[in-house]
Design a protein around this ligand. Structure first.
Ligand SMILES: [Zn+2]
Length: 120
């Protein structure tokens, strides 16, 4: 089995409903995002997929949640825009983009020392 990962970032705003700490008020983060895909076979030239293609797919996908207030998006009106829910959103919605490759996990860092891993 091969695993490939690409990283990118989004800089967006959010606030957390039902949370008593500082994140209850509107503020921004630069979230780092790593997506790991896996496949058990290689193409005819020995690649799982082209890093350039995968990176562009991720960048294009993340453009939809970059420089926005996440709370304005329908998904995050239903699900609090925590780092956990952001990771799940990316995993579920980016999966069709990379299909037939499978996403093994999505890791989202809210800061250099705090991250969430989501996988299905
Ligand atoms: Zn926050």
């Amino acid at each position: 089995m091969f695993e490939l990962s690409v990283k990118s970032k989004i800089a967006s705003a959010h606030f957390l409903r039902g949370y008593a700490g500082m994140c209850k008020d509107l503020h921004g983060h630069t979230w780092s995002v790593e997506v790991v895909v896996m496949n058990d076979r290689l193409d005819t030239i020995g690649m799982v997929t082209d890093f350039i293609v995968l990176k562009k797919q991720l960048t294009d996908f993340l453009a939809g949640i970059d420089h926005v207030c996440l709370n304005d998006l329908a998904y995050f009106q239903e699900h609090n825009p925590t780092t956990e829910n952001i990771a799940r959103y990316i995993c579920r919605n980016f999966a069709p983009v990379v299909s037939p490759l499978k996403i093994k996990r999505v890791q989202v860092w809210e800061s250099e020392t705090s991250s969430v891993v989501y996988y299905e």
